[in-house]
Design a binder for this molecule. Sequence first.
Ligand SMILES: Nc1nc2c(c(=O)[nH]1)N[C@H]1C(S)=C(S)[C@@H](COP(=O)(O)OP(=O)(O)OC[C@H]3O[C@@H](n4cnc5c(N)ncnc54)[C@H](O)[C@@H]3O)O[C@H]1N2
Ligand code: MOO
Length: 416
Amino acid sequence: MTQPASSGDPSRNFLSVTQARCSILEAIEPIKGWERVPVRSALGRVLAQDVVAPCNVPAHDNSAMDGYAVRAADLNAVGDTVLHVVGTAFAGRPFSGIVGPAQAVRIMTGAAIPEGADTIVVQEVTRREGDQVTVPPGQRRGQNLRRAGEDLALGGVALAAGTRCGPAELGLIASLGCAEVSVYRKLRVAFFSTGDEIASIGRPLGPGEVYDSNRYTLFGALSRLGCELIDMGVIADNPAALEAAFCDASQAADVIITSGGVSVGEADFIREMMSRMGEVAFWKLAIKPGRPMAFGRIGNARLFGLPGNPVAVLVTFYQFVQDALLKLMGVSPLPQANLFDAVCTESLRKQAGRVEYLRGRLDRSEGQIRVATAGAQGSGVLRSMSEADCFIVLPEDCTGVQAGDLVKVQAFDGLI
Ligand SMILES: Nc1nc2c(c(=O)[nH]1)N[C@H]1C(S)=C(S)[C@@H](COP(=O)(O)OP(=O)(O)OC[C@H]3O[C@@H](n4cnc5c(N)ncnc54)[C@H](O)[C@@H]3O)O[C@H]1N2
Ligand code: MOO
């Protein structure tokens, strides 16, 4: 899809947030390369192949409780049963004999169920005298047993390709005895800031300059995703330097992310350069902040030209770029947007025709989820972004909110 040139009417040619998300996700496929890595190195990585269980987990029937392994057929339905204790089974040190009629084996949690036994009686209800144990009525055949393969069955898919590995997945892979897994190679992301006024940290600001914060927010967001970063620094509003940067980035990276220069100002020629060197599918969105955001490609590299305003960078990153990167990294299915209702404690002005993302703070006290804005909402105000714990998401058709109205919020937990 290529967005038509502006007709001069500012309300036209703005792509909706939903359309933009869909066309970005439709346009990209997971990268192809993968590698074998040791289990611990798989943290945060995406499985490129199913992990098929090479054994049962647990490997053998075992006891879920400390107690006695018995034969249900021996137990009296109404009165007590006295059994002869013939041995002990520890976790890792099984009882090697067979439990015969009227016999029991002392057993610990995790120990293999001895042959002949089919039921575990929990220690607390029994009475032990010498080598005899008294079992009360009311036991159920098969109780307190963990069956071989009840967690993961031999030959079954323990983890599907596309799963992003967290702590539970590392443990699960280890529980199968696997030392290595196949994961997609790391996504290579090149990023740079643009603008003559952008100064790198470490030197005093010149007249009219601002310190580059976008490369640091992007560094943080991309590092969390586990991308291989190619930080290309700050590129001035100079066509030759920009062209060289795009050329290098498109050869080295799967994805190029820039900030600044995508609006309509006289030094905003990033977008034109992107179109000349590659292809820009669209660049004007019905969103605030983040209205000028270019999506396209240069060569084989996907391209996200984010706006310069620091909060617009973060909003567009989390609403469009992050899921696109996850899809490229092989994640399937993509995480669901964590949207829920909250009572807005203040009135908010809103212009129809665009989705607005306000920085909010949630209050979950007193049995109700409430939200208020987290300070000044200008697109350059990073402080309120840092103090926020959610976005308040006001849909396109909303024309304002009264205090006490329900609004949709998107918590930063799991998103940022
Ligand atoms: N006539 C119009 N002007 C603007 C429009 C518009 O539609 N018509 N859109 C506004 C919106 S919305 C945004 S967002 C900005 C985005 O413009 P650019 O992507 O061209 O961004 P710049 O002009 O380069 O910078 C905007 C702002 O952000 C500061 N900035 C840029 N890079 C960084 C950085 N790496 N670290 C910190 N701060 C940065 C820059 O100094 C500017 O203040 O355009 C509006 N204008
Ligand atoms: O959309 Mo701009 O990103 O409002 O500041």
